[in-house]
Design a protein around this ligand. Structure first.
Ligand SMILES: Nc1ncnc2c1ncn2[C@@H]1O[C@H](COP(=O)(O)OP(=O)(O)O)[C@@H](O)[C@H]1O
Ligand SMILES: [Mg+2]
Length: 262
């Protein structure tokens, strides 16, 4: 279980990126964080990943306080961040330290199969499409078998068809080991396709506005009414989050509300 308690982050320049975030993510749960730019979503993932330190509060994984990068926590960014001098196979194998060659071979081959890129094992990242590269970075994150996987808008640069196929690949990998997933997304449909819960955030300072359970059975039918009604519930929460009082003067708020929305 991943537990965030009263987490705050104020940057050196005084920006209050996060204020009093309390959130529990259960083992194997997929939580989608949704909100406009500047809500502190990336900051939150960076704190959980141990890439930055919180100003106040605590992060615990199964009771253990996280205070830096942890081998059980993996992260995937918006851009694939593959190492250009390594092949696809070597990129996926990169984080598998202390594993025998045979085991490494078996695990990477299996991951390649799950993402549908077995035939591309010996290619260079530059020879792959953007969607294929992102599949490789997702496989690289899964191959270490993390307890927690953090995804920061990993599909937002891709077209709708590629995105839908990556959702399937992600769920295929997730079903095998069921890591706890925190997914940041701008895309409400993506949240309803993937998540067990949507957490709507609000900026200045970044905080949680609302939480909505997503209990549709999997695999989820994106054309059905239950799906549509979940999308609507999240959109309504997002609308309310923009109208709710914020800690700044009204005129400044109106000016920013116009610019805020992706
Ligand atoms: N290194 C930093 N120094 C100062 N301010 C930052 C830094 N990183 C992010 N911020 C600010 O913190 C707020 C939250 O940013 P971020 O976590 O990137 O939000 P999101 O991912 O939701 O768009 C924004 O106002 C942003 O400008
Ligand atoms: Mg961000």
């Amino acid at each position: 279980m991943l537990s965030l308690k009263h987490l705050s982050k104020t940057y050196a320049d005084g920006t209050r990126a996060l204020s009093d975030i309390t959130l529990t993510v259960h083992e194997g749960e997929i939580v989608a964080l949704i909100g406009g730019s500047g809500c502190g979503k990336t900051t939150l993932l960076r704190l959980i990943a141990g890439l930055d330190r919180e100003s106040a509060g605590r992060i615990r994984l199964d009771g253990e306080v996280l205070s830096g990068p942890h081998p059980a926590v993996g992260i995937v960014f918006q851009e694939p961040r593959l190492l250009p001098w390594l092949t696809v196979f070597e990129n996926i194998a990169f984080g598998l330290d202390g594993v025998s060659a045979a085991e490494k071979n078996a695990r990477v081959s299996h991951a390649l199969e799950k993402i549908g890129l077995s035939e591309h094992a010996n290619r260079w990242p530059r020879d792959l499409s953007g969607g294929q590269q992102q599949r490789v970075s997702i496989a690289r994150a899964f191959v270490t078998n993390p307890k927690v996987l953090l995804l920061d808008e990993p599909f937002s640069a891709l077209d709708a068809f590629t995105r839908a196929s990556l959702h399937e690949h992600l769920l295929g990998l997730w079903e095998e080991t069921r890591p706890t997933v925190v997914l940041v997304t701008h895309d409400v449909q993506e949240a309803v396709t993937l998540a067990d819960r949507a957490v709507v955030m609000q900026p200045k300072p970044g905080r949680i506005f609302d939480e909505l359970p997503l209990t549709l059975a999997r695999p989820r039918d994106r054309t059905g009414l239950p799906f549509e009604s979940s999308v609507r519930r999240i959109l309504t929460a997002l609308d309310h989050s923009l109208k709710a009082p914020q800690e700044q003067p009204q005129r400044e708020r109106d000016r920013q509300a116009a610019a805020l929305w992706w």
